[in-house]
Design a protein around this ligand. Structure first.
Ligand code: HEC
Length: 123
């Protein structure tokens, strides 16, 4: 008898612990800015950022000429990619050059990793 009630009490505690661990994980998992960043790719992305002049227009914190955090929040990975490849389709006449045909697909992904890292640092 006693063993059974012991087990029940432990089960309830484990359940609580599991709920308390899962809720924040889900919460952070849903926030775009807190997506996990691959440091290796972010580093490669930093090189792209510097080499292809993103730096000249967007600065070291990514906030010159754009609000980086706002941009990352409102746009998903696919839209960001589409923007970088051809910003003119979203904003005709924008100063930002199209990087389609300039950057490889992996370079675009890397630079987005770097932008996410920047956004995380500047919060
Ligand atoms: C000649 C200047 C210039 C260069 C070079 C440049 N950008 Fe931009 N970028 C802009 C401007 C200006 C905007 C803001 C949009 C606007 O007002 O036209 C912008 C906006 C953005 C946005 C926000 C899009 C949104 O949805 O709000 C991202 C992301 C971005 N740039 C990434 C990059 C990356 C990555 C590079 C390098 C591969 C780069 N930019 C190079 C000028 C530039």
């Amino acid at each position: 008898m006693t063993t059974i009630s012991m087990c029940k009490r432990i089960d309830a505690r484990i359940m609580m612990a599991m709920i308390m661990m899962t809720v924040p994980t889900m919460w952070f998992g849903c926030s775009p800015v807190r997506q996990t960043i691959d440091p290796q790719r972010a580093l490669a992305g930093q090189k792209v950022y510097e080499q292809y002049n993103c730096l000249q227009c967007h600065g070291y914190d990514g906030n010159d000429k754009m609000n980086l955090k706002k941009a990352l929040r409102k746009t998903g990975q696919d839209e960001l990619k589409a923007w970088i490849l051809d910003p003119g389709q979203f904003k005709p006449g924008t100063e930002m050059p199209a990087y389609g045909g300039v950057l490889a697909d992996s370079e675009v992904n890397d630079v987005i990793q770097y932008l996410r890292q920047l956004a995380g640092k500047s919060r």
